[in-house]
Design a protein around this ligand. Structure first.
Ligand code: NDP
Ligand code: 2IT
Length: 449
């Protein structure tokens, strides 16, 4: 036991000042400790130590010129985390907070998430500390070109396939793709989340948000319940959040609040298709704060970021879809007191460990992001296949496929719960253990490389 605990200590000591990375690693370690205790080969072969060490971290300078003709310098990264199951795969984040710790935590999460999809996907993550907010289209384009001028030599459709994440959507993927194509003189599926006229999947924009709600649906089905008429909170107002809200409306749920980095909107009358379409215009077209949304509807009130947050609103279900550690244990207690019965993560690691612990103990159904937000990367995997085949799949077929993948992830979690005698609905430990075993076995089979 002491020797096993030293594994974790040594990993955190070897990676100082990486709080988010430690948090992600600790969570998985706690889940798989009972598995390590029973599996001497995993311990002797140092599978956990190996899985925690990125295969490669590329860190580079990104220089570009702003609209005033001034030179700007940013930090660019690509963490090539694990290629046991397939080529490195995972998103790019452009946000001023980006650093190595955040990208390593995201790349680490991606290993397990991608394994759960059942598709041949390794794991990676990348991005830059660039803030797209307030930048002109020209500035964003020049930044993307500069990022790719270095990254192109490290990626490729059989090597490493980036996609979107916070601050990277179809516009950024377009500029990145165009630059890669120009340098390589090759039209290949090196990125996913492309526009649908130039190789993109018809369902990739919707996939994470839709997949999340499918997963919540399966969690509720397990306890003979459904999303109909459930009052829901969906944090964020970006890609994942928007399509989670869209699917919730289709399921007959009532979305009463959402948020962004400026605050939250509470609308007791609930979201409608028309309101959601306006929200998409405000966020994707005008790129404004959600306060502009609230200005238009009498029933909606905007509360600026401060002491109160979205989790103070009573609801049956909560879907954090903004960013890491956006929900702490005080929020968890407030939500529970107000009647919360399910929380499923659209964002990566949005709940603090104490919040998760509280949800598990107080019998709130808890869907961990690795399982519940895997729909996005899964449809990215389908986009890769589609590109290699040189064809498109119809949206209706992709919708069926996404639902089947989310159902399969849910079933795999239940199987792992059974196999490892976990508590009922312990999706957290099930997702971590099921995915770890799969990747560890693949690494073992491939030898010490
Ligand atoms: P977007 O950039 O489209 O949207 C992010 C949203 O979260 C925005 O509304 C943004 O506010 C808000 N936000 C970002 N940072 C903060 C912060 N520090 N505090 C408060 N609000 C914040 O990103 P996505 O929707 O793509 O990603 C959201 C989450 O989902 C991330 O955790 C991401 O890793 C995860 N994820 C994304 C997938 C995808 O396919 N895109 C797949 C799986 C997980 P504002 O608009 O004001 O900037
Ligand atoms: O966190 C994630 O899974 C993503 N940002 C999507 C990754 C992808 O390759 O589609």
């Amino acid at each position: 036991m002491a020797a096993l605990n030293n594994i974790l200590k040594s990993i955190t000591q070897k990676n100082p000042h990486e709080a988010e990375y430690h948090q992600a690693v600790e969570e998985v370690f706690e889940s798989i400790l009972p598995v390590l205790k029973k599996n001497k080969t995993f311990v002797d072969e140092k599978l956990f130590e190996r899985i925690c060490e990125p295969e490669r971290v590329i860190s580079f300078r990104v220089c570009w010129t702003d609209d005033q003709g001034k030179v700007q310098v940013n930090k660019g990264f690509r963490v090539q985390m694990n290629s046991a199951l397939g080529p490195y795969k995972g998103g790019l984040r452009f946000h001023p907070s980006v650093n190595q710790s955040i990208l390593k935590f995201l790349a680490f999460e991606q290993i397990f998430k991608n394994a759960l999809t059942g598709l041949p996907l390794g794991a990676g993550k990348g991005g830059a500390d660039f803030d797209p907010k307030g930048k002109s289209d020209g500035e964003v384009m020049r930044f993307c070109q500069a990022w790719m001028m270095e990254a192109y030599r490290h990626i490729g459709h059989f090597t490493d396939i980036p996609a979107g994440d916070i601050g990277v959507g179809e516009r950024e993927i377009g500029y990145l793709f165009g630059t890669y194509k120009k340098i390589r003189n090759e039209f290949q599926g090196v990125l996913t989340g492309k526009g649908t006229d130039w190789g993109g999947s018809y369902l990739r924009p919707e996939a994470t948000g839709y997949g999340l709600i499918h997963f919540a649906h399966f969690m509720l089905t397990e306890v003979d319940d459904n999303l109909g008429n459930k009052t829901c909170l969906v944090s964020g107002a970006g890609n994942v959040s928007q399509f989670a809200m869209e699917k919730l409306l289709q399921e007959g749920a009532k979305v009463v609040a959402f948020s962004d980095s400026t605050g939250f909107v509470h609308d007791p009358e609930g979201m409608t298709e028309e309101k959601l379409s306006h929200l998409k215009t405000v966020k994707n077209g005008e790129r404004k704060s959600i306060s502009a949304f609230a200005d238009k509807y009498a029933s909606a009130t905007f509360t600026a970021k401060g002491n109160k947050n979205i989790w103070s609103i009573p609801a049956d279900c909560a879907f954090p879809c903004a960013t890491q550690n956006e929900l702490d244990v005080a929020d968890a207690k407030t939500l529970r007191k107000n009647g919360l019965m399910l929380l499923a993560e659209g964002a990566n690691m949005p709940c603090t460990p104490e919040a998760i612990n509280y949800f598990q103990k107080s019998k709130v159904l808890y869907g961990p992001g690795k399982a519940s937000n895997a729909g996005g990367v899964a449809v990215s995997g389908l986009e890769m296949t589609q590109n290699r085949m040189g064809r498109y799949w119809a949206k209706i077929d992709l919708e069926k496929e996404l639902r089947a993948i989310m159902k399969n992830i849910h079933e795999k979690c239940l199987e792992t719960i059974d196999k490892h005698h976990l508590e009922e609905q312990d999706y957290l430990n099930a997702a971590n253990i099921g995915a770890f075993e799969k990747v560890a076995k693949a690494m073992l089979a491939q030898g010490t490389v």
